[in-house]
Design a binder for this molecule. Structure first.
Ligand SMILES: Cc1ncc(COP(=O)(O)O)c(C=O)c1O
Length: 397
């Protein structure tokens, strides 16, 4: 077994440009963006857990990479993980695989709604929800979150209204929510679930960030609320964010309802997206079997990074952190700087040297905000925060 050093393995600076990582790629940071704080893509700068690296190395050493089945222990490890981490009992035969979460979201929309049907999203929300629905010719109905005294909550009155429209067939729930960092509470999820059930709206719950939750908060899987909620839900999870293996894993689609599950299975087969990648499978099995201590340590490191941001922003008037409950994506409100839209992102790039995700790509509610990924070394974050403080100082001088 490789040993995991609990002191500070996440302080190791690894050059993401040694591989064509998207986070630092010109496609994302633009030309001449090599010196920017690359905070615009949702992955971590940290190595995957040692157990994952070891399992992949062992599989590599085997040397033969012909067709293979899913290892017998993978789903067992996942079921155990969900039970131990989230107190969520899932039957093994309710779990299907998909190449990734977005594939599963697109398949759910194409299988269980028709062209022209409406799907609810809750902006500001992960921009790919919009792309998937547009590309599948579904109408997007927006149920914006309410931003009140620094906290986001759902607008249930508006949700009831929009869910009750005959064309509305589905909602894409983001739990925990990218980008605002809310880890939805049990009561909020129940209220949403009851509204959706009343109006025949299927809940497709993207719970990809569910393992990355900060102290004092608890991730509640929507389907764990009870059988009536599970029966009206398709849950998408994956170890991609949890263990930083987005480019070498698959995702899991959990469907309790037998008819929907069979339909999904047939579609998996029709599209031939049911193949097995041996590296993905051993990585996922190792992560779910032995990754818990690593995850605990990475969350502690991220919490410390959040604290660095909190402390720095106290010295920067006009820039406010929306307190995150989970995920490593911070939602920062720059509206107080009084800059126009283009001006703000020019300021962040040219003056502060930050490459971020622009708030309005998550919906117009995100104007003047930026999503900032803080899953990087402490040293890098400190430098970035120092640059922001200097730039903001110049702005006010
Ligand atoms: C909420 C959410 N869903 C889905 C994805 C993309 O998942 P995948 O790469 O498995 O398609 C992301 C990636 O950032 C995400 O944040």
């Amino acid at each position: 077994m490789l040993q995991y050093d609990p002191l500070s393995p996440f302080d190791e600076e690894i050059n993401r440009r040694d591989v064509p990582a998207l986070k630092t790629h010109p496609m994302v940071v633009g030309l001449h963006g090599e010196n920017l704080f690359a905070a615009g893509v949702a992955d971590m700068d940290f190595k995957a857990p040692p157990a994952v690296l070891e399992a992949m190395q062992k599989r590599l050493d085997h040397g033969v990479f012909g067709y293979e089945a899913m290892p017998a222990g993978l789903l067992r490890a996942l079921v155990r993980w969900l039970q131990q981490q989230h107190n969520w009992e899932v039957a093994k035969d309710h779990i299907l695989t998909s190449p990734n979460i977005l594939t599963a979201l697109a398949m759910a929309a194409s299988l269980f709604t028709d062209e022209g049907d409406a799907v609810i999203v809750q902006p500001p929300v992960f921009f790919d929800f919009f792309d998937v629905l547009n590309e599948n010719h579904r109408e997007i109905v927006q149920n914006p979150l309410i931003f009140d005294q620094g906290l986001y909550r759902m607008d249930f009155e508006d949700l009831e209204n929009k869910a009750s429209r005959p064309k509305t067939k589905m909602i894409y729930l983001c739990n925990p929510h990218n980008p605002v960092g809310r880890v939805w509470g049990e009561q909020e999820l129940r209220t949403l679930g009851d509204i959706c059930k009343r109006h025949g709206v299927l809940v497709v719950s993207d719970e990809m960030h569910g393992d990355l939750v900060f102290s004092g908060h608890k991730y509640t899987p929507f389907a764990s609320l009870g059988p009536k909620y599970a029966a009206n839900c398709i849950t998408c999870i994956s170890p991609a964010k949890t263990f930083n293996i987005a480019s070498c894993c698959a995702s899991f689609t959990l469907i309790a309802d037998e008819d929907m599950r069979k339909a999904f299975q047939v579609e998996n087969s029709r599209l031939s997206v049911n193949k097995n990648n041996p590296f993905a499978n051993v990585a996922m099995q190792a992560a779910y079997s032995s990754g818990a201590p690593w995850l605990e340590a990475v969350i502690a490191y991220l919490e410390n990074n959040v604290e660095l941001v909190r402390a720095a922003l106290r010295n920067i008037p006009g820039v406010e952190l929306v307190e995150p409950e989970g995920t490593y994506l911070l939602w920062i409100n720059f509206n107080g700087l009084g800059l126009g839209l283009d001006e703000l992102y020019t300021f962040l790039r040219k003056e502060a040297q930050w490459s971020v995700t622009r708030g309005h790509s998550f919906g117009k509610e995100g104007q003047g905000f930026a999503r900032v990924n803080i899953a990087c070394t402490r040293a890098k974050l400190e430098t970035a925060l120092g640059n922001l403080e200097l730039a903001a100082g110049r702005l006010h001088s």
